[in-house]
Ligand binder design. Structure first.
Ligand SMILES: Cc1cc2nc3c(=O)[nH]c(=O)nc-3n(C[C@H](O)[C@H](O)[C@H](O)COP(=O)(O)OP(=O)(O)OC[C@H]3O[C@@H](n4cnc5c(N)ncnc54)[C@H](O)[C@@H]3O)c2cc1C
Length: 378
């Protein structure tokens, strides 16, 4: 269970109880679910997990703009099941742009069903030539009579093919680059929206490509105003990056817990592994790095919850530090557990496959470092 004493200066009175309940739910109900093997199973499981998260009220902190609450839940889910964590994360990425920039009608229509887990969302930004460089988005949205017509293709999209609602970034004025981007709400069953196919990841995660082919949407599908899409996207990512850091902390905490259990039980050379100093050094480093990452994470979330307009630097520090830390911690855990640690579906083997993507999605580590340096050099 996430240790809330460490971060208590950053929490409100309801948070420790939320952390306890989230951990009981994640370890009691989610962790025991078998890891899906095939992509089709992962897609079905993501839907089932969304139902559980919605029915349990776990998605409500997203709507309440309780960022520390979201971090506590992602920490608990990251510890129990990276797939469940991804399902939570995607609802955040779907709801947040609507919360921050939606019209009253858009909020009315979508937010309740998203929080109840009835509508699964996807955040469609990345394209083959527009990864870190979002301004290079080539999908277009052309004004046509009362609405827009979208054309283009998106890649590496989580929940592609199973989402009910896509938050789509497209250019309404290609000459303006980032300033010409706009954001649209496109229902999964819109005519002209096609699921191209799955992109299968090493860890279970519904990922894939979608195409817009003469896809007509009404004018009220526009989120915010024309040309504001880049701002809408960045504001959501800025807000949610501490939650990626929290998920990384949860995965690292699980790696540390599995390591501790193992080294206390396992005997080699006639004694417990826990007594070897090289083993202790790894444990000490994992615990120290995890502590530092959690402090950075909840500091960033605290600042946002206190009403700070932008937490650009705080969020980038938390995301880059925590995800790099989690990768090292999971790798150390596999090393400490030895051969059993690489056997399929050992908890640390699952983490090993899942943790890698966190350093890439929602802005790579290098992009976070550029953001931090940019703020320093302002
Ligand atoms: C599991 C997973 C889920 C994802 N889900 C989604 C999703 O739901 N929606 C979505 O829109 N996208 C999603 N993505 C895509 C993700 O956001 C992109 O992969 C990410 O932004 C990086 O883009 P890229 O892969 O094209 O890499 P590139 O941008 O090509 O980067 C490749 C390498 O170059 C480095 N690099 C790039 N620019 C610079 C620079 N200026 N200075 C220094 N180094 C640089 C990067 O840090 C990286 O190491 C997902 C990705 C993964 C792995």
């Amino acid at each position: 269970m996430p240790d809330t004493r460490l971060i208590r200066t950053f929490l409100e009175t309801h948070h420790p109880r939320l952390a306890e309940q989230a951990s009981a739910f994640a370890m009691g109900e989610i962790a025991k679910r078998p890891e899906p093997v095939e992509d089709a199973d992962a897609r079905r499981e993501a839907r089932a997990l969304l139902g559980l998260l919605g029915a349990g009220g776990w998605l409500q902190p997203i709507l309440d703009l309780d960022l520390r609450g979201c971090c506590l839940i992602r920490e608990a889910l990251g510890e129990a099941s990276p797939l469940a964590d991804a399902v939570f994360a995607l609802q955040g990425l779907g709801a947040t742009p609507i919360l921050l920039s939606g019209s009253p009608a858009q909020k009315d229509r979508w937010l309740g069903p998203i929080a109840r887990g009835e509508v699964m969302t996807a955040f469609a930004m990345t394209e083959s030539e527009a990864g870190s460089d979002v301004a290079a988005i080539a999908t277009t949205a052309r004004r046509d009579g009362p609405g827009y017509v979208l054309d283009g293709r998106k890649t590496l999209i989580s929940n592609a093919g199973i989402a009910d609602l896509y938050i789509v970034f497209a250019s309404t004025d290609q000459a303006k680059g980032a300033k010409g981007l706009s954001c649209f709400l496109v229902p999964g069953d819109a005519a002209g929206l096609r699921f191209v196919g799955s992109q299968v990841l090493s860890a279970p995660h519904p990922l894939g490509e979608i195409a817009f082919e003469n896809c007509r949407v009404p004018a009220d599908a526009l989120l915010g105003s024309e040309g504001r899409g880049y701002g809408v996207g960045l504001a959501a990512l800025d807000r949610l990056r501490p939650t990626v850091a929290a998920a990384a902390c949860g995965m690292a905490a699980r790696a540390l817990a599995e390591s501790l259990t193992h080294v206390k039980q396992r005997k080699q050379f006639g004694t417990s592994l826990a007594l070897f100093q090289l083993v202790q050094q790894k444990l000490a480093r994992m615990a120290t790095d995890l502590t530092a990452a959690r402090l950075l994470t909840y500091r960033a979330a605290y600042e946002k919850d206190q009403g700070q307009e932008r937490i650009t630097s705080e969020a980038a520090m938390a995301k880059s530090f925590a995800t790099e830390m989690a990768q090292r911690a999971v790798d150390d855990a596999v090393q400490l557990i030895g051969g059993r640690g690489v056997l399929a579906s050992h908890p640390v083997e699952r983490l090993y496959r899942a943790v890698r993507a966190l350093r890439i999605y929602e802005g790579t580590t290098e992009i976070q470092q550029l953001i931090i340096a940019g703020e320093l050099l302002k």
